[in-house]
Every structure is written in C-alpha cells, then in structure tokens.
Write a protein that binds this ligand. Structure first.
Ligand code: DLL
Length: 433
C-alpha cells in the first residue's frame, strides 16, 4: 500500500531533478543561516550556485557527531527559536546528548514520512496501532505516533515496558500493528508464552521494527513466535528520527529511502570517498527539506549498501540493505573484525540456544578475549552438564568456522540476560573502561 503515490513512485529523472533543486536550496539556506555551515562551506571553497548536478554533492563537507557535540545544544539550528516547536535528544554512550529541533513544517514532513512507513506495512485507518516505542526525548514514540494519526489509525501510545499490561491491551483493544524495537518484540513473545497467551488468537498482523540492529534470522524468529510479518524500519534523530527508510511488505528485501527528502550516499569510512551503488560502506545523509535542523552529508556510522534495482512494490526510491553494523560497534578481536550481528546470526542457527545474548570483551595479558554469553532454552537447561558442555563447544566451533574468531561461549540460564524495553545492549567492552 503506497501512501503517497505521486512522490514514492516518481520516475528517476523527475526525482533527480527534484533532489537537485532541493539540494541547491538547502546549500544556500544553511550558508545564510548557520555560521557553522558557512565556515565549513567557505573552507571547502563553495560559492553560491556551485551545485550544478547531483554529483556536486560529494564536494560538500561532511557533518559528524562531533560537530553536533561542539555546537551543543542549538548551534546547528537553521531557524530562530520562535519557529522551533519540538526538541528531541538522543543519549550517546558518552557525554552530552545529541539535540535536534523541528519546525511545524518539519513535524508535518515527519508525520508524512511515518505515514509512508506504516503504509509499507499495510496500515490503514481501520488499524489499531500498538506503539511500544519509547515516548519522550527518544524520537521513536512521538515520531511513529504522528504517522499513525496521519493515516487515521487508532494509536495506543503505550510506550516501552510493563509487558504483561501491553499484552492485555493487545488482547482487549485488538491491536493489529506492533511498533517496537526487535528485541522488545521478542521480549513480548516470551512473556506471552509465559502467560499462556496464544499469539494467533491476537489480531496482530504486522510489526515495524527498528532503532537497533537485527538480522534476517531474528526476523524469522519474531515472525514465527508472534505469527506476524516483521518489517525493518530505519532512521536516526540527526536526520529526522524514524521515517528515513522502510521495507515494503511485497519484497521485505531492503529499505526504501524516502529520497524526495533525504539524499543517501555510501562512503568508504576510512577515506571519505563516495562509493558506487552496490558497494558496502558508511551511510551518509543530506536532508533537503528539513527547516530547523538540516544536515549536510551527515556521517551515520551505520554500514549498508544501496540497491538500485527497481522493486516489485512500485516504489522508485532506492533501497538500502539492512544495517549490518556500525563503524563504531565493530569489535576487533585479535585483529579480526567482528560485528555483533554476525554472532547473532550464528547463535540463531543453533538449536537449543535463544536469541538473548551479550558479548563481553576483556583483555588478558594484552590479548583480546571475547566471551559470548547466551541463554539456553528450558528443555536444554534441564539436561545433564555433559550435553551443555557439548553445546557450548559447538557454538564456539560454529563462530570460529564462520567468522574466523575464537571465543569462549558461556551458556546461561533461561531469562538471566537482562531484557530490554528499548534498544538492547549487546556489547560490554571492558577494554575501554
Ligand atoms: O533509533 C530512530 C528510530 C526509532 C528508528 C524507531 C527506527 C524506529 P536514534 O536513537 O538516534 O534514532 O538512533 C539511531 O539507531 O544510527 C542506527 O545505528 C540504529 N538504528 C535505527 N534503526 C535501525 C535499524 C532511532 N532498522 C541509530 N537497523 C542509527 C539497525 C538501526 N540499526
């Protein structure tokens, strides 16, 4: 179901022309309103009218998380405070939060983009949208909320946490669409099983999951346990929040980037050089319609690849492959690059272990040691110790065979790894602490 036929199916040439016009406007606008951008553009030798084709985008300077921190809190806002109607912030792992602002028109754009996202999952005004993304400074809750209202669906602003009550509401209110992080969806499935609630007796049909990395294997797990279709949705506060890209029900293969609002590039994270379509690298976004907090070539640190082939759903916007990791969550274990998502894929393929895990990295006598703590399921747990030992060694072997890294697998009791209500914490790196 396509929310905005006109823009989402725009032929490539028309889309390119629209992007070019909007990019020119953006460059002139930030040059005139944000001293930070004026300085950066001057340093890059930019002059008004310099953008003649979309390829000129690669001549503009990058914006990074550090730039946001250095201009904290409102230094990158491109409108006076009187025009700002909303502020969100995301907490980083270190230091000050990242602050973003919205004008009334930005909120309107965001609602439109989330309406598109929800429509990708088949949401219509007859649906009951169970919104378990956190409400508050996090962009997930309110971002999705406005999109669901824009469609005319009935939104339940339940936010994260209190899973038993969530399940009760799903039963009594007849929730049809679930919005949450993928780890929280699994958490809900687990509580349903404990409470003896049969997911097929619910009216849920589709879930739109994002805000943290997950894998194809995890999608299958969620679909099987909750008896729904699970779609991947992507976004980040610095660009708008959720509503940057979404998978479609038709293909479930890559996320359509809403290209009439966001220009996407893939760059080599080491050199900053733009890479051609199809190559994996760091995603970079330029927001061409946002008013309060536009960004030029924002480096997301998320790793993906762009898929230019047309999609059977009819949308013409380029797709990005699901995020495979972040340039900064890549663990280097004795020289081998490892992403938590790769470990997750291995774990999910092993019978007897559950997709609840944590990676603990330490350093012993200058050697990195990776410990994978993973829960076993109830039936295995009651088995004899010998069987458990064998299972642990098997997981170690699988990880070594597939990723080339040796690790220590520790099987832990069912439900002993902390459950998340929002983004799951997968890595504890004690080397830096
Ligand atoms: O997580 C926005 C969002 C809310 C997206 C709800 C989807 C659903 P931030 O808190 O700023 O914003 O975190 C952004 O989360 O750079 C990625 O590393 C990660 N992320 C978001 N969506 C996905 C996804 C929201 N589908 C950061 N797959 C991003 C993998 C994701 N990682």
């Amino acid at each position: 179901m396509i929310w905005n036929e006109e823009y989402e199916t725009l032929p490539r040439e028309a889309l390119d022309a629209l992007q070019l016009k909007r990019l020119r406007d953006l460059a002139d606008r930030v040059y005139g309103t944000v001293p930070f951008y004026r300085k950066k553009l001057d340093e890059a030798g930019y002059k008004a009218g310099d953008i003649r084709s979309l390829s000129d985008l690669s001549r503009l300077p990058f914006t990074t998380k550090t730039d946001l921190r250095d201009t904290y809190p409102f230094g990158l806002f491109a409108v006076p405070m009187e025009r700002v109607v909303r502020i969100h912030a995301s907490s980083g792992t270190t230091g000050k939060p990242t602050v973003v602002g919205y004008t009334r028109r930005d909120i309107d754009t965001w609602a439109e983009l989330m309406a598109r996202t929800l429509s990708c999952g088949g949401t219509t005004k007859g649906d009951v949208v169970h919104n378990a993304y956190g409400y508050g400074l996090f962009t997930g809750g309110l971002g999705a909320h406005y999109g669901a209202e824009r469609i005319g669906a009935a939104v339940i602003p339940v936010s994260g946490g209190n899973s038993k009550r969530q399940i009760l509401l799903m039963q009594d209110f007849g929730s049809t669409i679930l919005l949450s992080t993928p780890s929280y969806a699994l958490n809900l499935a687990e509580v349903m099983a404990e409470e003896g609630v049969d997911p097929s007796a619910l009216r849920l049909k589709c879930g739109l999951f994002g805000a943290e990395p997950w894998t194809e294997a995890m999608r299958r797990e969620i679909e099987k346990k909750l008896k729904i279709s699970a779609l991947d949705i992507y976004g980040l506060s610095e660009v708008i929040g959720p509503g940057v890209a979404s998978e479609c029900l038709e293909e479930k293969n890559g996320l359509h980037i809403f290209e009439d609002h966001f220009l996407a590039e893939i760059i080599d994270p080491a050199t900053g050089k733009a890479l051609p379509y199809g190559e994996a690298g760091e995603l970079v976004f330029t927001t061409v319609t946002k008013e309060a907090f536009p960004v030029i070539r924002y480096r997301t640190r998320d790793i993906s690849r762009l898929i230019p082939n047309p999609c059977s759903c009819g949308r013409t916007h380029v797709r990005m492959e699901r995020i495979s990791g972040r340039t900064d969550d890549m663990l280097i274990i004795r020289g081998v690059n490892v992403f938590p998502s790769q470990i997750e894929s291995v774990l999910i393929s092993v019978e007897g272990v559950e997709p609840h895990y944590q990676l603990i990295v330490t350093r012993e006598e200058s050697l990195d040691v990776l410990e994978v703590q993973v829960e076993v399921n109830e039936s295995i747990f009651t088995d004899e110790v010998k069987g458990l030992e064998g299972l642990a060694r098997r997981v170690e072997r699988d990880i070594k065979d597939l990723l080339g890294v040796s690790c220590k697998v520790k099987l832990v009791e069912p439900k002993s790894i902390q459950r998340s209500e929002g983004k799951a914490r997968r890595v504890i790196d004690k080397r830096k602490i």
